[in-house]
Design a protein around this ligand. Sequence first.
Ligand SMILES: Cc1cc2nc3c(=O)[nH]c(=O)nc-3n(C[C@H](O)[C@H](O)[C@H](O)COP(=O)(O)OP(=O)(O)OC[C@H]3O[C@@H](n4cnc5c(N)ncnc54)[C@H](O)[C@@H]3O)c2cc1C
Length: 606
Amino acid sequence: MSPMTSISTFDYAIIGGGTAGLTIAARLTENPAVTVAVLEAGLDRSDDVTVLAPGLATVMYGNPEYDWIYETVPQISANGQVIGMPRGKQLGGSSAINLLFWTHSSRKDIDNWGRLGNKDWSWDAILPYFERSEKYIAPSAGTARDLNTSYINSSLHGRSGAIGNGFPETHGEFDVAWPQTYANLDLGVDGDPRDGVALGGYTNLINVDPIGSKRSYAATAYYLPAKERPNLRVITNAMVSKILFSKEHAPTATGVEYSINGTNYTLMAKREVILSAGSIGSPQILELSGIGAKNILEPLGIKSVIDNPGVGENLQDHIYIPIGYEAMDGIFTFDSFRDPAVAGAAFERYISNGTGPLATGATSSALLSYAQILSSGEKRSIPKCMSRGLHGLNPGLREQYALILEDLLDPNECVAQELDVPSGMSPLLANDTTKLFVTSSPGNYFSLLGVLEHPFSRGSIHVSSPNVNIYPTIDPRYLSHEADVEILSKIALHLQTVATTAPLSQKLKGGGTVYQPGYYHLNETNVEDFVRKYVQSEFHPIGTCAMLPKAKGGVVDEKLSVYGVKGLRVVDASIFPILPRANLQTLVYAVAERAAEWILEDLEGR
Ligand SMILES: Cc1cc2nc3c(=O)[nH]c(=O)nc-3n(C[C@H](O)[C@H](O)[C@H](O)COP(=O)(O)OP(=O)(O)OC[C@H]3O[C@@H](n4cnc5c(N)ncnc54)[C@H](O)[C@@H]3O)c2cc1C
């Protein structure tokens, strides 16, 4: 907890000290006249090596000290699997446990947010906020050569923003092989994807500060520099259960109820409550506070404040298929850490000088259009099941599907992201994230992952109890739309082409044809069955408090204010109306930066 102050009522109360919450807190308190309280359920772990060492990220999954350890209900269209859903429970939220990919959405992705009815949302409008959150650090000449970083257009990258990012000075044989493999497939990156347009295979930036090779994230980059400000109070171990409303006229958010170790407290907010509890926590807290579908809340004894059936709906997530290959003898993968001596030596090396395998995360990425992943001679077309058209859908969903279909037909728009995990994986144990990124099979493995960027399936998150400690029901309905199965199958088949292409194939046994036990060769006949059995979450849930017109299922307006109440905004990944390409954190930071500016403008009456 940061130093106590005598203030008991604040101008702003922020629920959730995660990626978005800490960004807003830091920006608002730059104005010394503004008082801000942040209420975070987890603890401050910003000096914990498990958080800071890039190579230890997956160690946090399934550990309640760091992770909420949510899980989905059985996924009917995905072989009945329960999928584990880690979310960061600590200052920094999911930015403290994520896999450090620093990627950007496409220009069209954000323009689409505008086309869905959100005034003033476009790529051009969000650009300054990407820049504000980014501190790009150029690599050494050796790293630039090894990882082929010549695609970087440094004029596009922010140099003095909050989050340090660059290329790891420690890299392995797979990292070096990756860009050349895509170039050999004629899929080499055709620019810097930071421009929102470029596609192809490349070495990705990761948000690691080169000084000591430490994770740069919301707690270290936004919170720590602001920590001593007298106008900021961050309360950790504080579980928020409810937003309070005044009874006058239209309901106005006036404060929050929270508890610490079972003792209840109330905190008042004179100007606004800002809900930044993430895509699972934010709809849960809205519903617990009476904002949501009346027919869900009243049977649970929750008094309705605003009847809005959009809350908790429109859940979308990036899903992927992994395929495990056996690495050539002598090549390091994280499977080598099964030997405690190897793991111990790596830890010592990281602690003593910030180098070695724990100093880096995976860095390989490819952003590919539908045309680029189809097998040669195959023509791009809309999925078979979409040929009936979009009749009978509600207007909001019809518009979203029309945009996704456009992306499929556009040779310049990303449909798949391909990446790697330098170890074996156990996708059939996806309900237990302590087991997902390891394998019990002896040997060293390399996993290729193919992600579906714009899924059609839509799910929901709803409370099942008025008690905040009972987790909401999370049902993403993975693969419930047939089109997702069809497209993900094509992506899975493309991964096999990548694995058998040099120089990557030279690093894999049998030239990329020897599989980790449990995986097997895929073909047109067996791939759909494989996709339903092996599908995974990239842990990118969005959309559950969607920024959309209310008639289209919206929960917040284009300035992120909750419909029907005053003094309440939602600012986090839950407001994304439709999934962008690639990983989400750069967009969460940018949205939070933009929201902070609006909040300050409102204060100044501009
Ligand atoms: C395992 C994993 C890997 C990922 N990898 C990448 C990646 O490599 N690159 C990338 O760009 N993106 C990645 N992402 C996605 C990205 O990190 C998230 O989308 C982003 O951090 C979400 O930010 P947020 O502000 O919406 O939520 P969060 O950062 O999760 O913040 C929500 C905060 O609210 C708190 N909270 C919730 N409920 C309550 C309550 N009742 N009371 C008080 N506090 C509460 C939480 O503890 C948390 O701190 C990954 C995510 C995960 C989980």
